[in-house]
Ligand binder design. Structure first.
Ligand SMILES: C[S@@+](CC[C@H](N)C(=O)[O-])C[C@H]1O[C@@H](n2cnc3c(N)ncnc32)[C@H](O)[C@@H]1O
Length: 204
């Protein structure tokens, strides 16, 4: 009879993807300053999802220092690719901008300073993929605008749906006829926190 792997959390750490010096530097800063970044496993997942969707119009809510934005932008293969990332903290937008230059990705990333709840209302779509990673209490209030901005068949990826504050959002997207969603409880080594919920939702 088949058996499950013992100590899966230790076992799966061997599959943490490799990162370049810039990403390792951003991870070290995040540890030091308690900035909750997605880490390398969720980062690589974002990379794969961008590739699988052949997405070249991407929107991110919640930039911080630009760690996840770098994964999203480096996955785009088209020269027309564009990643728009919204961040409400001015100091973080400056740091992210510097990091995008260091990554050689500043020509394809546009950072918008502001609250996503206001910025989204001013924006035009369509986007192929949206990654949501702002305050969890804000998730439910931006869902309507994400639906407007995402093309039909586009993918919404939502981090941290295991937080109590995400409950209203979880219920809303699960029960909405325009979304086909799956909620996963995941183990994501070096994610903040490592055991968290992740939701993938297709705009139908
Ligand atoms: C979890 S961090 C983002 C981490 C980043 N996505 C990464 O993995 O590298 C959340 C960020 O969203 C920003 N934020 C929170 N609520 C926001 C809102 N309503 N509008 C814009 N930015 C917001 C915070 O200032 C913070 O920098």
């Amino acid at each position: 009879m088949s058996r499950m792997i013992e100590n899966p959390e230790t076992y799966f750490r061997q599959f943490i993807p490799e990162r370049n010096d810039l990403l390792l530097e951003l991870e070290a800063e995040a540890r030091l300053e308690a900035i909750p970044i997605v880490g390398p496993v969720a980062g690589e997942l974002l990379f794969l999802l961008v590739r699988a969707m052949r997405a070249d119009k991407i929107l991110e809510l919640g930039t911080a220092t630009g760690y996840s934005t770098i994964y999203l932008a480096s996955a785009c293969s088209s020269s027309k690719a564009r990643v728009v990332s919204i961040e409400k903290n001015p100091k973080l937008t400056e740091r992210a901008q510097i990091n995008f230059r260091k990554a050689g990705l500043n020509d394809r990333i546009e950072i918008r300073l502001g609250d996503a709840r206001d910025e989204l209302m001013k924006m035009k779509g369509p986007f192929d993929l949206i990654f949501m990673d702002i305050d969890k209490a804000d998730y439910a209030s931006v869902l309507r605008q994400c639906r407007r901005l995402l093309r039909k068949g586009g993918l919404l990826v939502i981090d941290n749906v295991g937080f109590v504050e995400s409950d209203g959002f979880n219920q809303a997207i699960f029960n909405h006829p325009d979304w086909k969603s799956v909620h996963l409880l995941t183990f994501l080594p070096l994610h903040s926190p490592e055991k968290d919920g992740l939701c993938l939702a297709l705009r139908i």
